[in-house]
Every structure is written in structure tokens, then in C-alpha cells.
Design a protein around this ligand. Structure first.
Ligand SMILES: [Mn+2]
Length: 272
């Protein structure tokens, strides 16, 4: 299993992004502390200099496991489930341009908040559910063409009202049925929604492509009360070989968090 920090040029105080600032600094910090990659969160693909970032990754020997896309949903209100077809088209267009960037960086693309909510009107829920799945299918076709993997994320009920558990996300993934679509398990959301974290991860065997690893309080592993060892053991048992990305609050400060998180996880991974 490989370990990544999360980084963004800028992010709100409450956003679970470990490092905020220039990509040069993010990659240098990740390399210095022994990480394997940097997960980049960005609103628009053109927000970063893709040639420069590709060069940074090569120079430091780091991967870019995935591009986080939730900012576009949060800041612009675009989503796959929107009842307005023009807004759905903008969301699909944004993800397709993220796929183009991911193809250049040998990265993946996360589909989280941009999948969108169903809302409270029962008459609209089924229609919105179908619309979101259709948007995802369209993005999968582009991803297949570009050789990029999309990671569909299950998100807790306070932020989303569909694909809340891993089982629900798996059902959607199987319905869409694309070789370019994998599951993203986020332990913060799972800690709220799942009955049994290791059991849910084992049911995702073969479908899981990426993990957002954070403790119960959205801090780095080891700073809360999640049974991180049990999560890592379950991932080992399903032979998960992707990235564990620390999608966490930068507490008490980014450098201490990055140092503590990797030390804790490497220690647990070294245990039988
Ligand atoms: Mn996440």
C-alpha cells in the first residue's frame, strides 16, 4: 500500500486538505517525509501548471493517485443529479477536463460530492438518481477512452443523500459497469455510516481502487479513536494495492500532521 498527502492551492478552513499552498512545496514535503504520492484537489484543471506538476512528480519520484473534484461542487453548485440539464452538462464537462489532466499526470479522478444530492422532493428522487447515473456513464466513456480510472466515493448522510454506504456505491458501480470505474472508501464517512468497517472493506474486494484514510475526527490516523489497525488488516486481507491518501485537517499544523500520520501508518503496516 502506498501513502499520499492531500494538497490544494487553497481550501476553506474546514476542508480536509493536509497541505494548502504551492505544488512545489507540497511535493517537496511529501518527498522529504517519505510519502509515495500527492493527491491534488482542484476546482478547475487549469488551476495548476500540468507540465510543471508532471515534472515535480518525476523529480521527486512521487505519484498523483487521484484528482479531488469536490471543490467544483461546493463552490459552483454543479452536480450530476441537478434537475437542470445545463448544470449537469457543466458537471460532466468539468469531470471530462479533469480526466484529460489525469491522463497527462497518470492519475485518477474522484467522483464524490459532484455526484450530487437527490433532495427532499420524493417525486424527483428517481429522476435525479437516473440523471446522475447517466452523467457518470458519460464520464466513464471518456475515462475509458483516455485510460483513466474514476473513483466513486461513498459520502456520509450529512453531506450526501445517496451513495452513503460502500454497499450503495458498489451497487451503482455495478449498474454502470465500466472497467474504468472503481470504489473509493473514506474511513471518515465509513466511521459514520458502516456497521463494521473491516467487513464493508472485505465486501469491496476487487472493486476498491482508492482509500481516503483519516481518523474518526478527520485528523491524521493516530489522532482519533478509529481502529486504524483493523482497517489496514482488512485492506491487506483483500490485497488492496492502491493508495491511502490522508484527506485530513492540517492539525495541529500541516508538517506535524504529515509526520505523525505516516509514522503511525507505517508502524501499523510493519506489524503482523
Ligand atoms: Mn473523501
Amino acid at each position: 500500500m502506498k501513502i499520499a498527502i492531500t494538497a490544494a492551492l487553497d481550501a476553506g478552513r474546514e476542508a480536509p486538505i493536509l497541505f494548502r499552498g504551492e505544488m512545489e512545496e507540497a511535493f517537496a514535503l511529501a518527498a522529504e517525509l517519505g510519502y509515495d504520492g500527492v493527491e491534488i484537489h482542484l476546482q478547475h484543471p487549469q488551476d495548476i501548471d500540468r507540465i510543471g506538476v508532471g515534472e515535480l512528480a518525476r523529480r521527486h519520484g512521487l505519484g498523483v493517485p487521484t484528482l479531488g473534484t469536490g471543490m467544483a461542487a461546493g463552490r459552483e453548485g454543479i452536480a450530476f443529479s441537478d434537475s437542470d440539464p445545463a448544470i449537469r452538462a457543466r458537471a460532466v464537462q468539468r469531470i471530462c477536463s479533469q480526466i484529460d489532466l489525469a491522463s497527462f499526470l497518470h492519475s485518477g479522478v474522484t467522483i464524490g460530492l459532484i455526484y450530487g444530492r437527490l433532495g427532499s422532493d420524493p417525486a424527483m428522487r428517481e429522476e435525479k438518481r437516473e440523471a446522475a447515473a447517466d452523467c457518470l456513464k458519460e464520464c466513464c466513456r471518456h475515462a475509458e477512452h483516455r485510460g483513466v480510472t474514476l473513483f466513486l466515493e461513498a459520502i456520509n448522510r450529512y453531506e450526501m443523500d445517496q451513495l452513503v454506504t460502500l454497499d450503495e456505491a458498489i451497487e451503482c458501480l455495478q449498474k454502470v459497469g465500466s472497467g474504468s470505474l472503481k470504489l473509493l472508501a473514506d474511513t471518515f464517512h465509513m466511521n459514520i455510516e458502516e456497521v463494521d468497517l473491516p467487513g464493508s472493506l472485505r465486501r469491496a474486494a476487487g472493486l476498491l481502487g482508492h482509500v481516503h484514510l483519516s481518523d474518526s475526527n478527520r485528523q491524521v490516523p493516530g489522532h482519533g479513536h478509529l481502529d486504524v489497525k483493523a482497517v489496514l488488516d482488512a485492506l491487506r486481507s483483500i490485497r488492496f494495492e492502491g493508495y491511502l491518501a490522508f484527506e485530513v485537517l492540517p492539525l495541529p499544523d500541516p508538517v506535524s500532521a504529515a509526520r505523525d500520520g505516516i509514522a503511525h501508518v507505517r508502524h501499523l503496516l510493519s506489524m503482523p
